[in-house]
Structure formats: C-alpha cells, structure tokens
Design a protein around this ligand. Structure first.
Ligand SMILES: N[C@@H](CCC(=O)N[C@@H](CS)C(=O)NCC(=O)O)C(=O)O
Length: 242
C-alpha cells in the first residue's frame, strides 16, 4: 500500500497523476500546507524538507517500508516499481535529463514566477522579470525540443510528460495576464493538451477535492508557506516550531 501525502498544488499533482495512470491502490493523506502541517514532526519524518509530495511505500525494497520525497524521485521510484511509463532503456539518459530539467529548472522558475507575481510585495520588478523570463526561457527550451516529436522522450507517454503537465497546468499563473499563456509555445501547448485529455487526468484533478484545504491567504498561511521570511531570535519560523 502506498500513502500519498498531498496538497492540491503542481508537484503533488504529478504524483496523483502517476498513481491514477498506473491504477495503484493508495491512501491519500492531505497535508494542508497553508496551515503549516508540512512542518509537523510526523510529516518531517517522511520529508525532512517539509514539502509535498511525499509517499510511503509499505512494501518498499526488501519488503521494508520506504519513504520517498521530491516529485521527480517519486515518479522515478514508482515507474521503476511498476515498470510503467519509463519508456525504453535506450532512452533512459534522455528521460533522466528532461525529468531533472523540469525538476530543477522549469518547475522552480515557474514557482518563483508565481511567487513574485502573486505573493511577494508589489514593486519587485527585477525579481518578477528574472523569474518570469527564466520560466519563459524554460518553456522555449522544451518547446524547441518538441519539434518533430509527440512526447518529451521517445515515442510514448512517460513520467517526463506527467512531470511537465503538473506545471504547465499552472501556465496561466506563471504567465500572469497572458490571455492564452501557451500560445507562444505551440508544441508545448499540443503536449499539454495531449496529456490533459487523458482519462487519468480527470481522476487526478479530483484527488483531494473532498478535503477542505485552507484557501485563505492570511498571516498563518504566509508564515507556514514562507517561514524563512519570519526569522525569530536568529532562528527561522520553521525551526522555531519544531
Ligand atoms: N522539489 C520539490 C518541491 C516541492 C514543493 O515545492 N512543494 C510545494 C507544493 S507544489 C510545497 O510543499 N509548498 C509548501 C511549502 O513550501 O511549505 C518537488 O518537486 O517535490
């Protein structure tokens, strides 16, 4: 059995998509990051970095319980465990490269673009430009790569496409104000639409809908989500809570 620690945000969405695609039985454990549940000791024992997604596989390697955190690590782990959505072995170097490109580039720059356009104080033009432009640059790199190919790696739908979908789904926030945010990246838009049309995406979108995640952006949520903005006595909010 897999326990999936979840909040309805881009990185956990990738894992939700894999679990639905692979029809793996799992227990969903909501982690309300706006309430600071990612900082509770029980969750930090599963992800010391205090972020979702994370999973626990009660039947891990050697029949021992295993924890896995970080969306790319989880996708690789689950793909290897099930033998699904890995593509062919000859394409493994490309698969790892694009997965890590998304995990360390497209995703984080998109996240920072959202942060500086929606959550940070107004007037930080340099930061907005920096992260928005870098997100755009990553979109261009992937868009160029998709010339003449249907999927990111090889001829099939792999975990690289699931990973890209998680963040492309938030393109309207990353490219704040753009009427059709993927229009300048037609191949990326085609890829997004191909993945988004899969039946498992509808199931993944429904994950966690029955849980009342906190929506308000108030002082509690800001302190929970951006603890390093609130140093206390030389220690961060995060460490002060533990
Ligand atoms: N590199 C990590 C990033 C995880 C991450 O940033 N998760 C966000 C949700 S998409 C989160 O937990 N935010 C709450 C927080 O930072 O406290 C991954 O790919 O899983």
């Amino acid at each position: 059995m897999i326990r999936s620690y979840f909040h309805p945000t881009p990185n956990p969405a990738k894992v939700a998509l894999f679990l639905e695609e692979a029809c793996l039985p799992y227990e969903l454990i909501p982690v309300d990051t706006s309430k600071g549940e990612q900082h509770l000791p029980a969750f930090r024992a599963i992800n010391p970095n205090g972020k979702v997604p994370a999973i626990v596989d009660t039947e891990g390697p050697g029949h021992k319980e295993a924890r896995i955190f970080d969306s790319a690590a989880i996708l690789i782990y689950l793909a290897e465990k099930t033998g699904k959505f890995l593509g062919v072995p000859e394409d493994r170097p490309e698969l790892l490269s694009w997965l890590l490109f998304i995990a360390s580039g497209l995703g984080p720059f998109s996240g920072q673009a959202v942060h500086f356009q929606f959550a940070a104080p107004e007037g930080l033009t340099y930061a907005v430009n920096r992260y928005r432009r870098e997100a755009e640059r990553h979109y261009h790199v992937l868009n160029d790569h998709l010339g003449g190919r249907d999927f990111i790696v090889g001829d099939t739908y792999t975990i690289a496409n699931m990973s890209a979908w998680g963040w492309l789904d938030r393109a309207a926030r990353v490219m704040k104000g753009a009427e059709d945010p993927l229009a300048p990246y037609p191949r990326l838009k085609r890829l997004f639409q191909t993945v988004d049309a899969r039946p498992a995406v509808q199931l993944a979108r429904a994950v966690g809908k029955d849980h009342d995640f906190k929506k308000a952006s108030d002082e509690e949520s800001k302190r929970a989500l951006f603890p390093s903005n609130y140093p206390r006595d030389g220690r961060s909010y995060l460490h002060a809570r533990l």
